[in-house]
Design a binder for this molecule. Structure first.
Ligand SMILES: [Zn+2]
Length: 262
């Protein structure tokens, strides 16, 4: 029987029984784990407030190594991201990031870089309003950290790093195809080198600065067609929170658009 102490981010918290919760947590040192929080649904629970999705907590849990379920002993809030919880668009974006980590990772593998990516992204979500860039950045970096990084520097056929004008992208082979090779290789989508440069920036820019990278109209959709579709290919289904993000963004755009007098 081991006792584990680590920081973690609550990904999901569901009802297990009248009194208990089942909590999925991305820990800093032990990867993704599932814990039973006994009594967490009682009004006077010792876990009150600390097991909400997105909460960054200090945890103590115990159980046999590599078992499916651990017992949660203690959870102290380090950061609750309350500014994210006050804004619907931010809540759904945060839930989407959590859902992605939950869907893309197996349990019990140490994934310190992914833990840090999620923590940095939740902080960025709290401090800025350019949520679209943050989602795209999170998607492409999560793909990279789980071994599915798209090839954006060289044509996947002839290996040239000189691409001009239009570039193709193959989902199957997960990379760009240059103009010359597009004549003999089928690609699912085509985009400009401008979009390619945005995709490359998503891999290198500091997450805290993601708010400054705004996609020009038209390019946002092209970037999404690469990063989000690659995510779908790996997860095998659409994430539950994603339609909410899209409809919220559409409402935001409509409200920001020109008003028409009657
Ligand atoms: Zn080529």
């Amino acid at each position: 029987m081991g006792l584990y102490r680590t920081n973690g981010i609550v990904l999901r918290s569901i009802k297990l029984s009248e009194t208990d919760k089942l909590v999925t947590i991305m820990t800093e040192h032990f990867g993704k784990v599932k814990c039973v929080a006994k009594g967490a649904r009682k009004i006077k629970s010792r876990f009150v407030g600390s097991l909400e999705p997105m909460s960054y907590v200090y945890l103590i849990y115990f159980g046999k190594e590599n078992q499916q379920l651990y017992s949660l002993n203690h959870a102290d809030i380090i950061q609750s991201f309350h500014q994210v919880r006050e804004d619907f668009q931010k809540i759904y974006t945060g839930i989407y990031l959590n859902e992605l980590v939950d869907a893309m990772l197996a349990e019990a593998h140490e994934e310190k870089q992914i833990f840090q990516l999620l923590l940095d992204s939740l902080n960025a979500l709290q401090n800025q309003s350019n949520l679209e860039t943050l989602c795209r950045m999170f998607e492409i970096r999560l793909l990279s950290l789980t071994g599915h990084k798209p090839e954006l520097n060289h044509c996947i056929v002839c290996k040239t790093d000189t691409v001009n004008g239009w570039v193709g992208f193959s989902y199957n082979r997960r990379g760009i195809v240059c103009g010359g090779c597009m004549k003999k290789t089928s690609v699912e989508i085509k985009f400009s080198t401008g979009t390619l440069n945005y995709l490359r920036k998503l891999l290198t820019l500091n997450i805290n600065c993601s708010g400054r990278l705004k996609f020009p109209r038209g390019m946002a959709e092209e970037v999404e067609k690469v990063t989000h579709r690659l995510i779908l290919a790996h997860v095998g289904r659409e994430l539950k929170s994603y339609p909410f993000i899209k409809s919220m963004a559409a409402i935001g755009q409509r409200d920001a658009g020109p008003s028409v007098g009657i």
